[in-house]
Design a binder for this molecule. Sequence first.
Ligand code: HEC
Length: 160
Amino acid sequence: MKDLTKISTILMGLTLTVFLFSCGGGDGKSAADRIKEQAQMEPADPYENWQSYDGVGPIQNFTLPGEIDQEMVANGKEVYDIKCTACHKAEKKFIGPSPKGILERRTATWVMNMILNPEEMVQKDPIAKKLFIEYNGSPMANQNLTEDEARAVLEYFRTL
Ligand code: HEC
């Protein structure tokens, strides 16, 4: 009797193993392998991995020079005061996030693309999508800045 129980336990175990393995589909991969693969394909938290996101838009691989250009800062502040302060405040979260310390959480390229191409960013970029949800679906507005204006605003953000 004891032996019978043992044998049936072993048999059940075997059946389960065969079942699990056969769930993997016809390509010879085990179920465990598949789950692992899927986990690797899932994007990790985009906020945590911000350095690898440059966004989508007209700007690619842009890096800032070391020195801050004060004349550009003044121009950027002017543009920002007119076109951005309806939704952004330097010191705190408002309709949109505060731009303070932005370069400690986004790449310069990403910021330029977010200013110049927010509609597509919100649809395609993982960080922009997450922000859009976080800000209750209020979209970042395209203020039709030129590339030079966006660049100047970014220079101003460096001083906040
Ligand atoms: C109508 C409101 C509105 C205006 C005007 C606006 N924004 Fe935004 N902005 C937002 C919102 C809301 C977000 C959060 C992202 C989203 O919901 O799409 C955002 C996000 C951003 C971000 C990303 C911030 C982060 O923490 O990643 C940047 C950079 C930005 N805006 C820059 C600007 C600049 C520069 C201007 C002016 C040229 C501007 N915005 C004008 C509403 C606005």
